[in-house]
Every structure is written in structure tokens, then in C-alpha cells.
Ligand binder design. Structure first.
Ligand code: SER
Length: 869
């Protein structure tokens, strides 16, 4: 496989992928389109989407009239992932020439400006005059009854006569998802020639590789809601999508996208890692899957997504597991995926600088997750093999949904891996049953967590004016609307409010709304779009009778002040973390409440005690300097140029609020803050833990919370000092002496009990039973240490000895080398026990340990052991 360096689609040009992207954007810029950067792969404020899946996503609200932009025409090259939800290409990757989980979509858009005629003209001109595709190889398809599009194609491109075909919704109607903007579309297809086939399937929209759909022109006219009701958009609009990989494949006349300059370096890198050659057809699938998946992972992680058990995280985990598993199929036994992001960066880093900026983050995240895969894979595969044997030997053909669930839940073995492994053995998998089991479990855990919080649906959205910055805790305002929620809770909407609504990690305010004859207790403030919703209960009077009237909104001031301290401290912490740990530290999320703060960030090892102390010291240093904290609203470009830190996946408008701690930190933030750092008082870190691969969590307290913590610690220390009868300052030394003494005594005790234990074990072992040439023993023990003593006694025994020990619900298996070498390893024995008692555990040849939630006796163990010998 070699990178094509000349274009041979009959057009006489020489274009690599960068040239194609550039000429597309330039073409539309020359036609008055605003060039808009790709949005993040993680959709902002759009719960209907798992990943950005089309160029139009970032313009969704512009199409529906919910957002205004200073331009009516735009063009972009958008990062997209289609691996979940309505548009999901995951299963096809590697099997076909042109399906990708990650791809770039070139697109031009009109927001109520031009419509069908210009969209067709531009597309045709770009294809035939700029990238010079031969007209005779282009075809068009339109929606069934779209006679207007038919007429326009005939008029604009007379050469297309007889090549404009009509298709139904499946092919020629585009919707973003189950809800959102939609409309009929026209597509332009390229005929790759007879060498790809001349059969009945080798037609436009056929199953073969001959015709490739290259450009989709959506005539956006409608919006679909949750009930499936379709309403017209404010103005007919245009959304087009031209897959970069596909057009490059056509232009470079490659058989598949994987032979274009966008992929060849990745395939070559995989070839050199595994020492094999990628070939066309099914043999090359693993190379293609890895090449596709590593692009998806690299870009998703660069945009701040992380593997997790959540919806998006688990899709990424699935993609990574698939890639890692295909690596195994290519003979790679060790982690290798993390070596590939630099190759992706070399190909696309100029267009997407985040690949360079976040390279360490991306590679470390992949490395950590790949290690997790390896652990999971071996245990899961082991269980899967036994399961598959059981199914086959009982004449079955299907792995049950409950078993797929068990593999997923207990072994962390993704359902996708089960599916792949089952297919290899010619078995089916009951995926519906699995989905059911999964739903049941989710239902159970939801019930365990308590009722789902109510959903507030504001019918007539309005923008609430927030006047809580600058310490306005009390404000006269007007009640606009009141809606009942569940129980006796009400949702109150005010004209202006000093109540901060939960957002950006900061909790919502509490307080009261009052007037003559009225007291309403606000228990939380939430945001629904731009409307602030005050949730609470009537204490006196009924607020529903105050609609249109004036009330005093008073925020719980002490609580809000404590929250401010924690919020500003979070900004100080972020800068200190980057100073001490490095620039790779990125905020993943944060929680700011009156009691303290929590900050999740990317970092690949535990923060050392020295680093923790230094971070804490630096934050307190800024507090003592009593720096002024200021905020101002400015254009986003200006804030970014000033070096303001922004969240990976936050949606920022054209104007942003920048919060600055003078000379120390600048962040885009909508939260409330102290006006000088001195108000924070004191900052103490309380905890640092791992929350996911490559993700750490730091918790801290400030102000009153920090003071209370410090004084509690002092009281505790004094209590200990009194018990030890020394001064507080001497506690450390005294405890060290005592610990040394305890250790010595423990050692003596151990020696004594070991000698006794060894005697006991020897006498037990003289008592063993016999099956064939295997000596075996089943016994109760007190703790794991005792199992280790057995191992010391048994391991080098020349006989074939197997000992199974029970300690409450745990079992330990100790076998002699002689037994292990003759096919009776501890691993094998524990597999039998796990099967019999539905337990978990594993180990090595001579020692294994596990346990089960089921009840089992020594006799049960003995029975299973005998059958295993
Ligand atoms: N939204 C359409 C698509 O994704 C055109 O951009 O195909």
C-alpha cells in the first residue's frame, strides 16, 4: 500500500487532502460564506446527541430560529463521529471502503439566504470546475416528489439528463436525529467505473462499491419534535455535507478511503508495529479498524471526552476495546494504540492544533485505558471460553443475554467483545436479552438512588436578568409565572433575580421570596435555557397569587459568600495545578458549593504529597496577597488572546465573561466570585483520588470550612498527645517509637505462630486424601496468611498435592509444582470452583484465590475438587 501522490480521477490535478479542504473553504469564502471553525466533537447543550455527527450541528439553533448570527452563509470543515444514536457506522468500519466512525465533513450553509438553486450550482461548479471531476461520471438523486429539485438539476446541468433518480425517505430525506431540523435532500454520486461491477447492485444507492455518494444537499425546511410533529422552519435553509475522506478517495482514485493520504501513514505505522502487511479484502480488516478507531479516539480525547461507563464514555471504551482486540488479531500482545496519536497529529495537526496541544493527555489516556483492556480481556476471555464450551457441548447455538450481561457487569467484558468472540466460534448472541438485563439493572440502580428529579419544562422561554454579581443579595422584582412541580414544590419565574442558577459546576442559590402576606422558601435555583427557575415551597401565603406583583428576592447571603470563596479558590487551584503538575492539566469538571469544592482534571499519576503541599501553598500564597478579582464581558477572541482558560466542551457565545485574579489567573466563567482573594481566608486540600484512567479528583475547603477542619485537627492531635502523655509537638516521635515496638512484637508473634502453624499444616498434610496419584486436602483457615503458609509447605512437594482452603466466603487454592506441571494448576481448579459457586477470582499456576456470594461448605468444596481432579 503506498500513498498516492497524483490524482488520477481523470482530472489532471494533483491534490492531497489538505489541498482539497483548503480549496473547498476558499471557494465558499469567495462566495461570501463565513468560514467557521469546527465545533467540538462533544456536543454542547444538546442532550439529543452523543457526538457531533454533522456539520450542521453547531448551527441547529440558527436553523430553528433560536439563535442569531451576524452572517447568513457559512462554510466549515467539521470533525464528526458516527458511532451511536441515529447515525451509527461503527459496525461497518473496516468491512466497507468508505464507512468511518470519525470523519471530516466539508459543508456550506445558508440560513434563510440562498436555497435549492444556488446550492446545486455551487456544488456542481466546485466538483466540476475546482476539483475537476469529469461530468460524465456524476449522477444525482432527489427526494420522491421534489419536482423543483428535479427541474433545477435539469436546467443547471443539462448533461445530467436521464441521470437524476428519485428515492424515498431512507435515501433522500435527512434528519439530524429523532428530533431537530430536517428536510428532503439531493445527493450527488460518483461512478467509479465498470471495474467495480456491472451487476444489478452496481447502481446509485446500490450495495456495491461502484457508486459513491459524495455530496448531500439538504433542503432544510422543517423541525421535528419529541412527538414526531413536524413544523416548518422560520426560513427555508441549506445544509450540505461533503465527506472529505470520500472526495479525497475519489480524487486520488483509491479503492478505499484507507489508501488516501489521510490514512496511509497510520496503516504503515500499524504495519511496522506488528510486522505484517495490510492487504485488500477481509485480511486487512484489522488494519482498517485500527486506523479508523485511532482517529476517533485521538480526536474525541483531544476534545475532552473520556472513557467511562456513561453513554459517551462507553462508546469510546467500545471503540478502544475493538481497536485493541484487532491488535491482538494482528499478533500484538502488548499495548500499542498509544503509539499512534502522533501519527494522526502529523497528518492533521496543522488543521486541528488541539492534537498537538493535548498530545500527552491523549496518549496517556489511551495507554491507561489499554492497560485496563488487557486486564479485562484475559479474565473475560477465560470465562467466555468456558461458557462457549458449555453452550456448544449442550448442543446450543446462542449465548444468553444474562450471560452477556454477566460478562459485561462482572468481568468488564464489553458486549461488543462477546459478540466478536461469539462470531468467531459461529455462535449467536442474544443482544435483546442483554439490553433487557442492562435496562433492568439501570432501573434497579435508579430505584436505589431514589426518585428521578422532576423535569421543568418552561413553556414560554424568556431570558431572566441575573443581578447577583457584585454582591447584590437582595432585589425587588416581579413574579412572571408560577408552575406546580411534584409534591408541594413550585417553580417560580422572576423578571430579574439575584439568585444564581445551578450552572458551570456552581450550585444554585437558596433563600426567600417575600412580600406583604407572603413568604416563599427557595430550596434551589435551576436554569432552563435562559430562564431561571426558583424551586421551593410556600411558607406563608401562596405565591401563585402574586403573578405580576412585586416581591423581594433575598438570597441566603452566608451560603452564597461561602460558595464564592470556593469558586474563586477553584480558579486559583487550576492555575496552581498547571504550574506544579504541568500544562497538560485540563479541567474535566468541577463542583462548587458552600461546603467545599471538587475539581476533576486530567493527570496520569497520583499527585505526590510534596506536590500536594506545593499546590496548597501556592493557592494560600495568592490568598495572602489579597489580589483583586475582576470580571468583564468581552469578545471571545479577545479573552482567548488574553490567555483565558476555557473548558474543553463548554459552549461560549461571541461575547464571554472573563474572570481574572490579578496577575495569576484568567478563566471564562459565569459564576460568582469574591472581590479580593483575601476573603477566601484559608484553603486546605482534603482529598486527592483517582476517578478514571488519567483522571484525578481534588477536594478542598476554604474559609469557615477550612478553619473548622484545622481546629478539629488540632483538637484531635491534642487528644492523642494526652493519651500518649507527651506534648503535641512530640506526638510524631512517640508514635514512631511505639510503631517500631509493635512491629518487633508482631514479628516475634508471627515467628511463634508460624512455627506452630507449620506443625499443624504438616500434620494436616499427612492426613490428605487420595484420588489416583493426586493427594488432596480441604480445610478451614483463619486468614490469607495461613494460605501463604500452606503454599510454603506445599509448593515444592514432589507429590501432586492440591489443597483447597476456605476462609468465610473466600477460597484459596494451593498446589504443588508437580501437580501444576501435570495439568492440575491452581488456575484450573479455581475455574471449576468459580463455575460451581458462581464466584470470581483467579491466580497463577501454584496459587489462586477467589470467593463467592453463595453459601458453600467444606463438603461442597471437596465435592467440586474431586470432580476437577
Ligand atoms: N447534514 C447532512 C449530512 O450530514 C448534510 O450536511 O449528511
Amino acid at each position: 500500500m503506498s500513498a498516492p501522490d497524483r490524482v488520477t480521477a481523470g482530472n489532471g490535478l494533483d491534490m492531497n487532502s489538505k489541498d482539497v479542504r483548503k480549496s473547498f473553504l476558499q471557494y465558499f469564502e469567495e462566495r461570501s460564506h463565513r468560514i467557521v471553525p469546527s465545533s467540538s466533537l462533544i456536543p454542547i447543550d444538546d442532550p439529543t446527541l452523543l457526538f457531533t455527527n454533522a456539520g450542521m450541528n453547531q448551527f441547529k439553533l440558527v436553523f430553528t430560529g433560536g439563535e442569531k448570527r451576524p452572517y447568513k452563509r457559512a462554510a466549515s470543515s467539521q470533525k464528526c463521529i458516527r458511532a451511536g444514536g441515529k447515525h451509527n457506522d461503527l459496525e461497518n468500519v473496516g468491512q466497507t471502503a468508505r464507512h468511518q466512525t470519525f470523519f471530516e465533513m466539508l459543508g456550506n450553509f445558508s440560513f434563510g439566504d440562498y436555497f435549492k438553486a444556488e446550492a446545486i450550482e455551487y456544488a456542481w461548479e466546485f466538483l466540476t470546475k475546482v476539483v475537476m471531476l469529469p461530468e460524465e461520471r456524476l449522477w444525482a438523486s432527489i427526494y420522491l416528489d421534489d419536482d423543483e429539485a428535479f427541474g433545477l438539476f435539469e436546467k443547471i446541468v443539462p448533461e445530467l439528463k436521464g441521470k437524476i433518480l428519485r428515492f424515498d425517505e431512507k435515501e433522500n430525506y435527512w434528519s439530524m436525529g429523532d428530533t431537530g431540523p430536517c428536510g428532503p435532500c439531493a445527493e450527488i454520486h460518483f461512478d467509479r467505473g465498470e471495474k467495480y461491477g456491472t451487476g444489478p447492485e452496481d447502481v446509485v444507492n446500490g450495495e456495491s462499491e461502484r457508486f459513491v455518494e459524495i455530496w448531500n444537499l439538504v433542503f432544510m425546511q422543517f423541525e421535528k419534535d419529541e412527538q414526531g410533529i413536524v413544523t416548518p422552519l422560520p426560513k427555508p435553509s441549506i445544509d450540505t455535507g461533503l465527506g472529505l475522506e470520500r472526495i479525497v478517495c475519489v480524487l486520488q482514485e483509491c479503492d478505499t478511503n484507507y489508501e488516501t493520504d489521510l490514512f496511509v501513514p497510520i496503516i504503515k505505522a500499524v504495519e511496522s508495529l506488528c510486522g505484517r502487511k495490510c492487504v485488500a479484502g477481509p485480511e486487512g480488516i484489522s488494519f482498517r479498524v485500527i486506523a479508523d478507531h485511532i482517529r476517533a479516539l485521538t480526536f474525541a480525547f483531544a476534545d475532552g471526552a473520556v472513557p467511562s461507563s456513561g453513554k459517551r464514555g462507553s462508546v469510546l471504551r467500545k471503540i478502544l476495546n475493538r481497536a485493541a482486540r484487532h491488535g491482538r488479531l494482528l499478533g500484538m500482545r502488548e499495548s500499542f494504540l498509544y503509539k499512534l496519536p502522533p501519527v494522526v497529529r502529523d497528518i492533521m495537526g496543522d488543521t486541528y492544533p488541539e492534537l498537538k496541544l493535548r498530545e500527552v493527555h491523549i496518549t496517556e489516556l489511551i495507554r491507561a485505558e489499554e492497560e485496563r483492556f488487557e486486564e479485562t480481556y484475559d479474565n473475560g476471555l477465560d470465562y467466555f471460553d468456558r461458557l462457549a464450551n458449555k453452550v456448544t457441548s449442550s448442543g446450543g447455538m446462542t449465548i444468553s443475554g444474562d450471560e452477556v450481561f454477566k460478562l459485561h457487569d462482572t468481568y468488564g467484558f464489553d458486549s461488543d467483545l462477546t459478540l466478536l468472540s461469539a462470531r468467531e466460534r459461529g455462535l449467536d448472541v442474544d443482544m435483546d436479552g442483554f439490553e433487557r438485563a442492562l435496562r433492568d439493572q439501570q432501573q434497579r440502580s435508579r430505584q436505589a438512588r431514589g426518585a428521578v428529579p422532576f423535569v421543568i419544562k418552561v413553556v414560554n422561554p424568556l431570558k431572566t436578568e441575573f443581578c447577583g454579581y457584585d454582591d447584590h443579595f437582595m432585589h425587588e422584582t416581579i413574579v412572571i409565572d408560577v408552575k406546580p412541580l411534584k409534591d408541594d414544590l413550585l417553580a417560580v419565574i422572576l423578571e430579574r433575580t439575584p439568585f444564581y442558577a445551578e450552572s458551570g459546576g456552581q450550585v444554585g442559590d437558596k433563600g426567600i421570596l417575600q412580600a406583604e402576606g407572603l413568604e416563599f422558601k427557595v430550596v434551589n435555583t435551576l436554569k432552563e435555557g435562559n430562564t431561571f427557575v426558583h424551586v421551593g415551597q410556600n411558607v406563608k401565603g401562596d405565591i401563585s397569587e402574586y403573578i405580576g406583583k412585586s416581591v423581594t428576592a433575598a438570597v441566603d447571603k452566608e451560603r452564597q459568600k461561602a460558595t464564592q470563596r470556593n469558586h474563586t479558590a477553584t480558579h486559583l487551584l487550576q492555575t496552581a495545578l498547571r504550574e506544579v503538575l504541568g500544562e497538560h492539566v485540563q479541567q474535566a469538571s468541577s463542583l462548587v458549593k458552600p461546603e467545599g469544592l471538587r475539581f476533576d482534571f486530567s493527570h496520569f499519576k497520583a499527585v505526590t504529597p510534596e506536590e500536594l503541599r506545593e499546590i496548597e501553598r501556592r493557592v494560600n500564597e495568592q490568598i495572602l496577597r489579597d489580589l483583586p478579582v475582576r470580571w468583564q464581558v468581552m469578545p471571545i477572541e479577545k479573552a482567548k488572546a488574553a490567555g483565558a482558560m476555557a473548558l474543553f466542551d463548554e459552549k461560549y457565545g461571541d461575547n464571554v465573561r472573563m474572570v481574572e485574579v490579578e496577575g495569576f489567573s484568567r478563566e471564562l466563567c459565569g459564576g460568582t466570585h469574591v472581590s479580593r482573594t483575601g476573603e477566601i481566608g484559608l484553603f486546605l486540600i482534603t482529598q486527592e483520588t483517582a476517578i478514571a484512567a488519567g483522571m484525578r479528583r481534588m477536594e478542598a475547603v476554604t474559609g469557615d470550612g477550612a478553619y473548622r477542619l484545622a481546629s478539629e485537627n488540632r483538637d484531635n492531635l491534642e487528644g492523642v498527645a494526652r493519651m500518649l502523655k507527651v506534648a503535641s509537638s512530640e506526638v510524631g516521635e512517640r508514635v514512631a517509637t511505639l510503631a517500631k515496638k509493635v512491629k518487633e512484637l508482631q514479628k516475634q508473634l508471627d515467628q511463634f505462630s508460624q512455627a506452630q502453624g507449620d506443625e499443624q499444616i504438616k500434620s494436616n498434610l499427612s492426613d490428605v486424601k487420595q484420588k489416583g496419584d493426586v493427594s488432596y486436602l480441604v480445610a478451614d483457615i483463619a486468614d490469607r496468611k495461613e494460605a501463604q503458609q500452606y503454599l510454603d509447605n506445599v509448593k515444592n512437594d514432589k507429590r501432586k498435592v492440591v489443597v483447597v482452603l476456605k476462609q468465610e466466603s473466600n477460597y484459596f487454592i494451593v498446589v504443588s509444582k508437580a501437580a501444576a506441571d501435570n495439568g492440575l494448576s491452581a488456575k484450573k481448579v479455581i475455574a471449576h470452583l468459580n463455575d460451581a459457586f458462581d464466584g470470581r477470582g483467579g491466580g497463577k499456576d501454584t496459587f489462586a484465590q477467589g470467593g463467592s456470594k453463595q453459601d458453600f461448605s467444606l463438603n461442597d468444596l471437596s465435592r467440586v475438587l474431586e470432580s476437577a481432579i
